[in-house]
Design a protein around this ligand. Structure first.
Ligand code: SF4
Ligand code: ZN
Ligand code: ZN
Length: 327
């Protein structure tokens, strides 16, 4: 079969997103062009910015690092890119995946900065799970990671953080928040550029007293997971494919399975879910002004100084309870 894009070469890829049969070169071009168009359309970067790429060693952040590096050179974004890895301290998982990131540092010629939870919070996730069991591990981990990414990026003088969230992740989060009745999060998660979820505003606008939270961008937000896997496969990118040993939340797992089942019947389900969330009235509000909607004021956490909507930030509240129960 001929490639439907160039008509010359033999089609080797059926694009999961569009069902088009294309040759590998046209697939690369289309994938990269779509990421570039997302970056331009959503005004993700400003020339000269320093950007931390949240790098886990998994497929999404690996493809993000590779593509951003390529597009930065091709289109002259003028970005100063580096890899930022958070080490949660999960033996048998994060130590192995960090080895993949260390390879990318060399292969993609990007500086790498690794920040461990134990250094920031005095706890590794292994220690948290040893004390608390596995019930709430992802709650601790998620709150800590958000703050760790900010702290790492700020320490390296970054202006923004780019993360590898893909279209499947976004659709999953939309559905998850719908099922949980969390309407503000449902619409906020689909934006390509977001401010801190806790308080809805960049610390750069929130006064010098609080430790800032940096804007986050999601250049892969319209890329289907299956296309990311195909891109990594044909580009021969090495990534770490194992799931965390503390396993994802069961509820999210059900939502993920539902999205995959629906995608098998109708591939546009993923993009349509994101588009639908974007059509909801509150989704059209500039996310940097969302705190005005909720009436929250932002301040410095009284313990660590991180930007927070409460007097003590979520990470410090969790640490307080962890330390109180410490054997
Ligand atoms: Fe952390 Fe949970 Fe992800 Fe494991 S699955 S890395 S514990 S958030
Ligand atoms: Zn072609
Ligand atoms: Zn704090």
């Amino acid at each position: 079969m001929k490639c439907v894009y160039c008509g010359d070469a033999r089609a080797r890829v059926k694009r999961p997103k569009t069902a088009d049969a294309v040759c590998v070169e046209c697939f690369f071009r289309a994938f990269e062009r779509e990421v570039h168009e997302t970056i331009v359309r959503e005004r993700m970067f400003v020339h000269g910015e320093k950007v931390a790429i949240g790098a886990s060693g998994g497929k999404d952040s690996t493809v993000l690092a590779y593509v951003l590096q390529a597009l930065n050179a091709r289109y002259g974004y003028g970005l100063d890119l580096f890899l930022l890895s958070i080490d949660e301290g999960i033996a048998g998982y994060r130590d192995d995946s960090l080895r993949a990131v260390q390879q990318h540092q060399v292969q993609y010629e990007l500086p790498l900065y690794i920040l461990p939870y134990s250094e920031l919070f005095g706890w590794s996730m292994d220690q948290v799970v040893e004390q608390e069991g596995r019930r709430a591990n992802c709650t601790y981990c998620g709150v800590f990671r958000r703050q760790a990414l900010d702290r790492g990026a700020i320490k390296m003088n970054a202006d923004k953080i780019a993360t590898g969230h893909n279209a499947d992740d976004l659709a999953e989060t939309v559905l998850l928040n719908l099922l949980r009745g969390d309407f503000p999060r449902l619409t906020r998660c689909i934006h390509g550029v977001t401010m801190d979820e806790d308080c809805g505003q960049s610390g750069k606008e929130a006064g010098a007293a609080a430790l800032p939270s940096l804007p986050r961008v999601k250049p892969l937000k319209w890329c289907y997971e299956k296309e990311i896997v195909l891109y990594a496969y044909f580009k021969k990118l090495d990534y770490f494919a194992t799931e965390c040993i503390y396993s994802p939340e069961a509820y999210r797992g059900h939502v993920r399975a539902l999205i995959k089942d629906l995608e098998a019947v109708r591939p546009s389900t993923i993009a349509d879910t994101i588009v639908s969330a974007g059509l909801l009235p509150s989704a059209r509000v500039d996310p940097s002004r969302s705190s005005a909607l909720t009436g929250q004021t932002r301040r410095a956490c009284s313990v660590c100084g991180y930007l927070s909507s409460q007097s003590t930030c979520k990470a410090c509240l969790l640490l307080e309870s962890l330390n109180a129960r410490k054997h």
